[in-house]
Each structure stands twice: as C-alpha cells, then as structure tokens.
Design a binder for this molecule. Structure first.
Ligand SMILES: Cc1ncc(COP(=O)(O)O)c(C=O)c1O
Length: 510
C-alpha cells in the first residue's frame, strides 16, 4: 500500500525526514495513504491479540458499540507494524505527513493527536528553554502559558489591540513587536495568534521580516486558521507569511475530528528533527488512528476541494453578516474594522455578533438560542456571541440563526431600553515569572483579599481560554470585578482549585 501514492527516490533511506519540496513531484493530493491503509487493514479482519482490548468493539458496552458503529470501531487501532508509528514514522504516517506538508506549504508537517494545545507546547518548547526570553501577546491561550511554565522561559508580554466597541482583543501591532524586540534584544522567539478566535489577522509578513532580520524565530498559534491557506480572500496563513512554526487546528475549520491538529515547520531557524523529538516527548504513545486518519482525509479535502468549498462558505458568511447588520441593535463586524497592522485582514467565517445594545449579555443570548431555538454557538462573552461558519453549513442553518437573533433583538428592544456598557479590565502587572509563581509557596485567600497580591493560579473564561490573570501577576480590584461580573453573568470562569472561585491561591509573602 502507498507505492502508487508515494515512492522514495532511489537510494533514500526511508528513515530520513524529507522536505515536502524534495518530493513534491511524487505526491498526489487525491490519495490518502494513511486512511486507505487503515481501512484496508480493518477489512482484512486480522485476529487481534493487541490493544485496544475492546477488539473492534466486541468487548465494549453494547449500547455504546451500537451507537459508534462497526466501521468506526474497526479502525480504532494502535501502532502495530503495518500501521506505522507517529513517534518514528517511516511508512503510511510519513507519507500522509509529507502530503500534508505539501498541502500546507510547509517543509515538514507533524500530526498532533493532542490538539493544537499539544502542538503549541511542542512548538514553544522546541525553541525556548529555562531562562530564554520570548515575546507573547497577553491574550494567549492557556496552552502557551503551560509551555512557558514547563519550559521555564521568560515571557515578555505584547499588548494586543483592544477593541472598546466589542470588549475583545485583536492582534498585535508591528510597532509593538518592534518595540518589544528593541527592549529585549535577547529574545529568541516571538509568538503570535493568527487569526484570533474572532477572525482578525495581524500583518504577519511585516512581523516575520522584522524578527528574521534579527534571527528571531516566529511561532504562530494558528488554532483558528487552518483554512486560510486555501483561499486568496482569506488572510495569509503562517506558512505563506514565512513563519517558522505554526500550530494549526485542522479539527476547528478543516474538517478533521476533534483533537487532531498539525504542527507545520519551515526549516532555517528551526530544525524539524528537533521539533519532532519535542512533539514526540509530549505525545501519548497510544496515538488514535481514528484521529490520524481523519487528518489524512481532511488534508485531501482541503487540498483538492478546499477552494471551492471555501468559496461557498465565505459567500454564505458575508451574506449572513450583511443580514445580521440589518437587525436593529445588532452589530457583526466586517472589514470596516481593519485599520492597523493589528487588524490587518479578516477571516469572514467568524461572525462575532455584538448584542450589548439590546440590553442582554452574550451569555444570555447563548442560553436563549439554546433553550428556545435549539441553536448552539461557539462561545459567548459579556457582550458578544461568536458563531462559526464552515463549509458544513447551509443557507437554511444560517437563515435559522439570523431569524432567531432578529426575534431576540426585536423583543428585547421593545422591553428594555438600556444598553450594556462595555468595560475592558486593565492589564495586570507581571511581578514574577509564571513558572516561579506556579511553583512558589502559596496560601489560599478569598478572591477579594487577593487584590494587591501575586496570584499563583490562572483564571480564565473557557472558551475562549484566555487568562484574565496569569500566575505571577498582581491582582487588581479591576480584575476581581471583571471575574465577578463574568461569574454573575453565568460564564464559565475556570482555573483555581476552588471551582466557585470564592478562593484563589496567592504567593506567600515573606
Ligand atoms: C487561540 C487558541 N489557541 C489554541 C487553542 C487550543 O487548540 P486545541 O483545542 O486544538 O487544543 C485554542 C482553542 O480554542 C485557541 O482558541
């Protein structure tokens, strides 16, 4: 299997990592070497004396088995000989990763079965170690924080552009990165989030130039941008912009199963072999073949039909945006907000629907949509709800969403006449590295008594998982009020050992 898909050049050792461009002429994007081999293996029905012990579902709870279906369970396999090994790929996984690298414009692509969170940790830990300096935006996902704590790197924060009309953060300005690099000349890497959860992209190419001129590695949290590579109306992908590493959630908008992501590598400032060994260090040995096969199939779809599918999704999302903006009290931003290098390009598939003017919080609208209309959104915050459009949507789905939002808005505007004021909390000061605070001697105090103290917990609303407070930051009254407001609104505030957030851990004062 795989011979017709991909043949090694004569004399090559199949144990070598190949750049995708070395082998481009041999690749056929319509093939799925991993998925096809897995399916053929399952169809041969070998007697299985290996784990998983459910043995194609036979040893499983019958109700669950029936629900999951025979086919899915037949490919829930592990790294037996014919199926290659994600930790040391030389066969079908290697072929699938090379096809992915070509499709994503990378030199190398490594599959992650631990989501983009796992890929982000590997990406960061492959370029910074204890004491190394890294520039990161303050609105990082918690996986970036995990990597900072685990690696012992010293983060310097870049302030993202905060949008006071929406109460959300966008990208970082090129000038902020330039200033950060000037102030911290020993920085080894800069990390960017591109595009943001809300679909706003930074001027990546200018930042890459700035960083590379100084030999600084550019890392991208591309959790929300897998599709951008496949359509010219979307912001450039990290690989198109020349970034060194990008952790990309194929599962979010690329059509693979939840938890499957890729880590894309451009060699030069980083070594693919090293990146792979760090990813391997952080990855389970029981890699799910259902997830891996779904990455292979999603790559085929993106590479062969992505443009056509995205054409339709973009048109539907743009039309939805226009119709949402016709509803009194509702605002769904579009390209009119693009005004700086921090708001440089837009992914139209994200519909951030501001509901503050109808007098309801985003969370209240999320709950009404769920309970009254059977509609689930991606996330809500105090002021907005976020809806994600993909090529799985239809005109009918979108019409149902718009009509529900219109009904809610009309009813609310008749009943209330108050707008919710948008308040953005100040950014706390980092007094100690997140790792020092995380491992420091701590004590538990009431949330309000934490004001003025150094927090040892991370406190975030999930989703989106961006910390309100990071370990090492000095808690302000402003932060506490923001946490309380999110709790009152019913939003999922998480992080501390105490799930009610009545108490938090702070660093003990000497
Ligand atoms: C900005 C950002 N980065 C990283 C992640 C983590 O991605 P994953 O869920 O694939 O681990 C998320 C998840 O929502 C995210 O929003």
């Amino acid at each position: 299997m795989g011979e017709d898909v991909y043949r090694f050049k004569r004399g090559d050792s199949s144990h070598r990592l190949h750049r995708s461009e070395d082998v481009n002429f041999l690749l056929d994007q319509s093939q799925t070497p991993l998925f096809s081999a897995l399916r053929e293996h399952a169809m041969r029905r070998p007697l299985q004396f290996h784990i998983p012990g459910h043995k194609t579902g036979l040893a499983m709870d019958p109700e669950f088995r029936e629900f999951m279906g025979e086919r899915a369970l037949s490919i829930d396999l592990i790294n037996i000989g014919p199926l290659d090994d994600l930790h040391h790929p030389t066969g079908i996984i290697d072929q699938a990763q090379k096809l992915a690298a070509q499709a994503f414009g990378a030199d190398y692509t490594f599959f992650s079965v631990q989501g983009t969170s796992g890929a982000i940790m590997a990406m960061i830990m492959s370029v910074v170690g204890p004491g190394d300096e890294i520039l990161v935006p303050r609105n990082i996902h918690t996986s970036v924080l995990s990597a900072i704590i685990l690696s012992g790197a010293r983060p310097f924060f870049l302030q993202p552009e905060v949008d006071l009309r929406l109460g959300i953060a966008h990208g970082v300005r090129v000038e902020s990165v330039a200033e950060g690099l000037k102030r911290h000349p020993n920085v080894k890497a800069v990390l960017l989030i591109n595009p943001t959860y809300f679909g706003v992209a930074t001027d990546l190419r200018s930042i890459v130039k700035l960083a590379h001129d100084r030999g600084v590695v550019v890392l991208v949290d591309e959790a929300h941008g897998v599709h951008t590579h496949f359509h010219e109306q979307l912001p450039p992908s990290a690989m198109q912009a020349g970034c060194d590493l990008a952790a990309t959630s194929v599962h979010k908008l690329g059509g693979s199963l939840t938890q499957s992501s890729v880590l894309n590598v451009k060699e030069g400032l980083v070594r693919a072999r090293h990146v792979h060994s760090i990813l391997s260090l952080l990855t389970t040995t029981s890699t799910s073949y259902i997830l891996l096969a779904s990455l292979d199939a999603a790559r085929r779809q993106l590479a062969t039909r992505g443009h056509e599918l995205l054409d339709r999704a973009i048109a539907m999302a743009q039309s939805a945006r226009r119709r949402l903006n016709e509803i009194p009290g509702i605002y769904c931003f579009g390209e009119e907000i693009l005004a700086s290098s921090a708001t440089f390009a837009l992914d139209p598939l994200k519909l951030t629907i501001r509901v503050a003017e109808i007098g309801l919080s985003g969370y209240e609208v999320e709950v009404i949509l769920r309970e009254k209309y059977n509609i689930e959104v991606e996330l809500s915050d105090l002021y907005n709800v976020l809806c994600v459009i993909s090529f799985g949507d239809t005109e009918e789905n979108i019409a149902a969403l718009i009509s529900a939002i219109a009904e809610i808005a009309n009813r609310e505007l008749l009943q209330h006449h108050h707008k919710i004021q948008i308040v953005v909390p100040s950014t706390p000061v980092l007094a100690m590295s997140p790792r020092e605070a995380f491992y420091a001697e701590t004590e538990v105090v009431q949330l309000r008594d934490a004001i003025g103290r150094i927090i040892a917990d991370v406190i975030k609303v999930y989703p989106p998982g961006i910390p309100i407070l990071l370990p090492g930051e000095i808690v302000t009254a402003d932060n506490v009020e923001f946490i309380e407001e999110n709790l009152r609104a019913g939003l999922p505030v998480q992080g501390p050992d105490d799930p009610t957030i009545e108490t938090v851990r702070v660093v003990k004062e000497r």
